[in-house]
Write a protein that binds this ligand. Structure first.
Ligand code: GLP
Length: 244
């Protein structure tokens, strides 16, 4: 695992954007696995800026997203499809037909199977961007006594619902289930790029960077098994997690 410790979250996002922009430069048909949550928003802004400045070209890139809430429509302001459209896809020159976010409505098990197909269609993503939940979840693969390999419907833990309630009018409105890539789809990517910031992530990051254990109680620890995983954190989080 490669660790990059930056001076600030802003710098972490620049470093992550640089890796993504370099990849699409080297391989214009690159396939990206993208993530939602608040952490990647500045990364997506930097990608949009590069596109506007004419230094990046996503016209031939393809994307597949990690997850989507069950029970809300793609045009719901809190859906991950809406998040990706407004934070990235509408602001870069990507062909939307080449972007995939699972549908949270209808037969969600069939939609999870469709996500699994899309992950591997034409080959697994060249790069998978990841945030991390307070409990170490990646995508919506929650901490627990086991993890699930294929894309599936996950029941969210109370701590995840609480953490994500800030985006909804009340905790009762947060969907209790989500479709997520499983660990197989995530681990299949050519490169994993995890960005984290904030005190809430310190325990999970300690488990990832300090401890040697790989544990389903902290799903991000599976990154230790990936041959090309990059973790970017700022010095504040590094200090809180005890990373020297
Ligand atoms: C959600 C997403 C994850 C994300 C996590 C952390 O649960 N499913 O992909 O990593 O939130 O979000 P944030 O970056 O807002 O802390």
């Amino acid at each position: 695992m490669k660790l990059i410790v930056t001076k600030s979250y802003e710098e972490s996002c620049s470093a992550a954007a640089d890796i993504i922009l370099q990849l699409v430069k080297n391989k214009p048909t690159a396939k990206f696995g993208f993530a939602t949550g608040s952490t990647p928003i500045p990364i997506y802004k930097k990608m949009a800026e590069a596109c506007k400045a004419g230094t990046a070209d996503f016209a031939n890139a393809r994307t597949v997203n990690l997850d989507e809430y069950c029970g809300i429509a793609p045009n719901h302001p809190q859906s991950y499809r809406y998040f990706m459209d407004t934070n990235l896809f509408n602001n870069i020159n990507i062909n939307k037909a080449n972007t995939f976010v699972a549908n949270g409505l209808g037969d969600v098990n069939a939609n999870a199977a469709e996500l699994e197909e899309k992950i591997f269609e034409g080959g697994a993503p060249d790069l998978q961007l990841l945030g991390i939940g307070n409990n170490g979840h990646i995508g919506f693969n929650e901490a627990g006594d086991h993890l699930i390999a294929p894309s599936h419907v996950e029941t969210l833990t109370p701590s995840t619902i609480e953490a994500n309630a800030r985006f909804f009018a009340s905790p009762a409105e947060v969907p209790t289930q989500a479709i997520t890539m499983g660990m197989r789809g995530i681990m299949a990517a050519g490169q994993l790029l995890l960005v984290a910031t904030g005190a809430g992530k310190a325990e999970a990051i300690k488990g990832l960077l300090i401890d040697d254990a790989v544990t389903t109680q902290n799903p991000a620890t599976f990154l230790k098994l990936h041959p090309n995983a990059v973790v970017i954190i700022d010095s504040e989080l590094a200090a809180l997690a005890g990373v020297k």
